[in-house]
Structure formats: C-alpha cells, structure tokens
Design a protein around this ligand. Structure first.
Ligand code: DX5
Ligand code: ZN
Length: 227
C-alpha cells in the first residue's frame, strides 16, 4: 500500500497539535518533518525540540528530512527527539556510507535524498544499504512549489533497479504532490508520498488527505509494472 506522509512545513503552527491530530485521524501513515538550517537551503524551519513535541502527540512514524549541512552532527539529537527515519541529502554528506551506518547504529531507518539536478545513478553504491530514497520533485527549501515532471524518470529508474536487484527500499517523493501528480508518481513506482501544501492549505484537511488516498487507490495494479 502506498503511504501518505503529510509535511507540516505549511501547517498552521499556531494549531500544530490540532492539525497533526487531524491528519493522523484522517489516516496519515507517517508525519514528514522538514528540517532546514538556512545554509543547505535558504529557509530555516525547526530542530529536535519541535520533533520532541510532535513525538508526544502521535505514535505515527516521524520521517525527518534533513536539509542541513553537517547532518552527522545532529543525527543523534533527532533520533533522541523521536525520529523513526532520518533522510540526509547526498549533496550535504562528505562520507555518506558512514552517515548511513551511523543512522542504522542508532536503531532507526536511513534514507538518502537528491536535489533535482543530481543524477540518481550516483546513489547506486548505497542502494543495498538504505531503507528509502527520497526523490525531490522540487528544489528543497519551500513548500507550495511546482512539481518537476522529469523527476518521474528517477522514480522509474529506482523502481526498475529495485526489481532487478531484489531490493525493497521505499521510494518517497516530495514536492508539488497533489491530486494530479500523485497518480503519476505512483504509476512510476513511488511508495511514499510527501504532501504538504495540498493538505495543510486546504480548508478541509481530512478531505484533502482522503482525496489523495482515493486518487492513489483508484490506480489499478495492472496500470503499472508492480509485482
Ligand atoms: C521542500 C520540502 C517538502 C515540502 C512539501 O523542501 O521538502 O516536504 O514542504 O512540498 P509541498 O508543499 O509542495 O507538498
Ligand atoms: Zn521534505
């Protein structure tokens, strides 16, 4: 089943607890947390203390997307704050193999993500090691951006690679996912959809999440080469 991971980046932070509760109630599989440091990306968001707060209000897996420099320095803090999955940027890690091993040594899942201009083949050496690849379908840093259609080729490449090598890592997509782009990326092989603006900027959060779920469920398995 395709998982839906609402991103709280565009949530109303004055109502964060209520809004997280609403998406959990509506069936969100994970909660996606966009961590930004103002260096790797222009925007600054939040750190481990917000993750700690969210940990207290839900038991759903917390999916931390680190858009930060020196991720190694902060991994343990985010794990201790309650992150279940930590995804680092290929472009921000000098020693990516060691970073992945460090995340796993803490007993949580490791993901790697790529900016739109980074070739997906660069990840091949670590694909057998990781639990998830996050394909950025926008430039990281802001919610509400336009989906980049050519990123679908990366999703297809990863899906084919998984089948050819008997791997089972998740393929998460992030940025511009809405009612029209969700079916496109699922047909290409995406298994986790990060959805921010479409859900949290909708006056009815529950309906918005259900709309994405129905759009994905409506895709017949026969429409694409899933096993
Ligand atoms: C962008 C973040 C995305 C974003 C969600 O750097 O990684 O998670 O908040 O994107 P939208 O709002 O387009 O769903
Ligand atoms: Zn994200």
């Amino acid at each position: 089943m395709v998982k839906i991971a609402p991103s709280i980046l565009n949530a109303d932070f004055s109502q964060l607890s209520a809004q997280v509760g609403q998406v959990v109630e509506a069936g969100a599989d994970w909660i996606h947390l966009d961590i930004m440091d103002g260096h790797f990306v222009p925007n600054i968001t939040f750190g481990p203390f917000i993750v700690e707060g969210i940990r207290k209000i839900t038991d759903r897996p917390l999916d931390a997307h680190l858009m930060i420099e020196n991720a190694d320095f902060y991994i343990e803090d985010f794990k201790n704050a309650g992150a279940d999955i930590i995804t680092v940027h290929y472009e921000a890690c000098t020693h990516l193999w060691r970073t992945i091993e460090k995340i796993h040594s803490l007993g949580i899942k490791a993901g790697v993500t790529l900016n739109p201009a980074t070739p997906v083949a660069l990840l091949e050496p670590v694909l057998p090691l990781i639990d998830m690849v996050l394909v950025m379908t926008v430039e990281p840093g802001y919610g509400g951006q336009k989906f980049i259609p050519t990123m679908t080729q990366k999703i297809e490449y990863l899906h084919r690679y998984k089948l050819a090598h008997g791997l089972s890592f998740d393929i998460e997509v992030d940025g511009g996912i809405d009612i029209s782009t969700a079916p496109v990326v699922v047909k290409a092989g995406a298994t986790v959809l990060v959805v921010g603006t479409f859900i949290f900027r909708n006056e009815n959060i529950t309906n918005a999440l259900n709309t994405i779920r129905s759009a994905v469920n409506a895709i017949k398995k026969t429409n694409f080469n899933f096993k």
